[in-house]
Design a protein around this ligand. Structure first.
Ligand code: FRU
Length: 519
């Protein structure tokens, strides 16, 4: 093998070890001064510094591993490292040593996003992107991105060993961006997809094949985004799901750069979603649906999926704080991942995402309310101070006349709150930050299908953490994830009805315990 850290058993080279130690020190320093007012109790975050995309997701020898893009030296994006946490049960997480620092020439300016895959010997491999800025300081004169290989040090996965470059930058195919490899095996062939910007500045996903996981040959363009505004597809992902009728569909996923907002769609700076279609090796992907968002909230990007050892398709996203102001940056940390979600095809033919069933184990105690009717204009406080809770709500639309029926959360004494509601005029579920006193405001609105509107009941699972909220609609037909930074003091939760009455068929609150990363 041609690479610098290749052979198994060789100890980590000095430059890498020093770079990792220095990064650990920087993160610890930020962590020692961290303000926890918005730091998550049950979402994965770094103890200090900036994070973005989830990377290298896997369950290996029973243990869950989550890596993530990490800038250890500040609360802004910067030279990328890989942070790492692991868990035996998805409930209690432990910090692992920082896994990679940008030390090789091919990754001088960052070890960018990548994914994990178990090879034929049962070893855990990581394919990731090496990023170099040609002028050494910014992207002005272009960048050079190549695909790199690293391997876990053993079944415990405490350290990674770098094996160097495996796919060089394809000059004749790609204009500039070429990153975020995802690898899988099918019919004895290894496949790798990489996101790219074509010479014509179109967002593409390129397909490579290999028989030995070392030599990769370009196969074809798996997919080109139909929107000519889209110039790059980051974090591509591609997997089959079984439909309830037993047929297999392929889901192509990407984080699109360049799409323009249109109505309720694509309101974020960059937008992550999927298309459903069909595929067979040797062919390009055939889309059979339009582009759909994974998540309708303000802060969702760069999701990555993986298969659990019991065969479920799991996914984490990054709650992307793309718009200033970003108040958590003053607190020594910036960014957390979403909850782990299970991805499945529903009876309606669409992809649904629900919180991984393991998360039921976070519930420490439960309060249940009887069915209740709210009068027009009423606000009813159900919790005086909720820091980490899951709220389950069933709104009976057949008995509801309100134009908005919902919940105000992170309600503080200064009058600030975040509003989650069913909006009867839109026929959508909204997440409105217009009354927040910290951070970016604005609202988002997730659609409901005709069948959901006709069903007369809307069920919401709302996860409220210290600085963010995730709203799952009707068993994950839609999700909204957004940061929400409460003001000082107690954080109340209130049910409310606007202009008309609201019938709540059931209401439950579960206190959630910490996942162990917020000490
Ligand atoms: C997506 C992304 C990836 C890249 C990484 C760099 O958020 O831009 O395309 O690998 O983040 O941090």
């Amino acid at each position: 093998e041609s690479s610098p850290f290749a052979a198994k058993g060789i100890t980590t080279p000095v430059v890498e070890r020093q770079a990792l130690e220095q990064a650990e020190k920087a993160v610890s320093h930020l962590a020692s001064q961290r303000n926890n007012r918005w730091y998550p109790a049950f979402h994965i975050a770094s103890n200090g510094g900036w994070i973005n995309d989830p990377n290298g997701l896997c369950q290996y020898h029973g243990r869950w591993h989550v890596f993530y893009q990490l800038h250890p030296y500040g609360t802004q994006w910067g030279p990328m490292h890989w942070g790492h946490v692991s868990s035996a049960d998805m409930l209690t997480w432990q910090r692992e040593p920082i896994a990679m620092a940008p030390t090789l020439p091919e990754e001088r300016d960052g070890v960018f996003s990548g994914s994990a895959v178990v090879d034929d010997s049962g070893d855990l491999r990581f394919y990731y992107t090496g990023h170099v800025m040609l002028n050494g300081k910014d992207a002005e004169n272009g960048t050079r991105e190549v695909q790199m290989l690293a391997k876990a040090d053993g079944p415990e996965v405490h350290h990674l060993r770098k094996h160097g470059l495996v796919v060089d930058f394809p000059e004749d195919l790609v204009f500039n961006d070429f990153r975020d490899p995802k690898v899988w095996k099918q019919d004895d062939v290894w496949f790798m997809i990489v996101g790219a910007q074509s010479k014509e500045h179109r967002g593409q996903i390129l397909l490579f094949t290999s028989t030995d996981m070392e030599t990769w040959n370009y196969d074809q363009i798996l997919f080109e985004h139909p929107d000519p505004n889209v110039f790059m597809l980051e974090c591509p992902d591609f997997f089959p799901l079984a439909a309830p009728d037993g047929k297999q569909r392929w889901i192509i996923c990407f984080s699109a750069m360049g799409s323009k907002p249109s109505g309720f769609m694509n309101r974020n700076v960059n937008n992550a979603g999927y298309m459903i279609g069909s595929w067979q090796p040797g062919k390009a992907f055939t889309p059979e649906s339009e582009f759909r968002l994974w998540d309708w909230g303000h802060n969702y990007y760069a999701p990555q999926s993986f298969e659990s050892e019991d065969g479920r398709r799991m996914m984490y996203g990054w709650m992307s704080p793309m718009v200033q102001p970003i108040p958590m940056q003053d607190d020594g940390w910036c960014g957390n991942l979403t909850l782990p979600r299970e991805v499945y095809l529903g009876e309606d033919g669409d992809v649904h995402t629900v919180p991984a069933h393991e998360l039921l184990g976070l519930r420490s105690d439960t309060t249940t309310w009887d069915a209740m009717q709210l009068a027009s204009g009423e606000e009813r406080t159900i919790l005086d101070n909720a820091e980490a809770v899951e709220l389950e709500l069933d709104i009976d639309l057949s008995q509801t006349t309100a134009e908005r029926a919902g919940v105000k959360l992170h309600c503080t004494e200064d009058g600030a709150y975040t509003y989650v509601a069913y909006d009867a005029q839109m026929g959508r579920v909204i997440l409105d930050r217009g009354a927040c006193s910290n951070g970016d405001r604005g609202y988002r609105a997730a659609p409901l299908s005709n069948a959901e509107l006709e069903a007369q009941h809307i069920r919401l699972r709302i996860f409220i953490d210290r600085g963010c909220v995730e709203v799952y609609v009707n068993d994950g037909s839609q999700v909204l994830s957004s940061y929400s930074y409460p003001s000082q003091g107690a954080r109340a939760v209130k049910l409310c009805s606007e202009s008309g009455s609201v019938s709540i068929a059931s209401c439950k609150v579960h206190t959630l315990r910490s996942i162990g990363l917020d000490e």
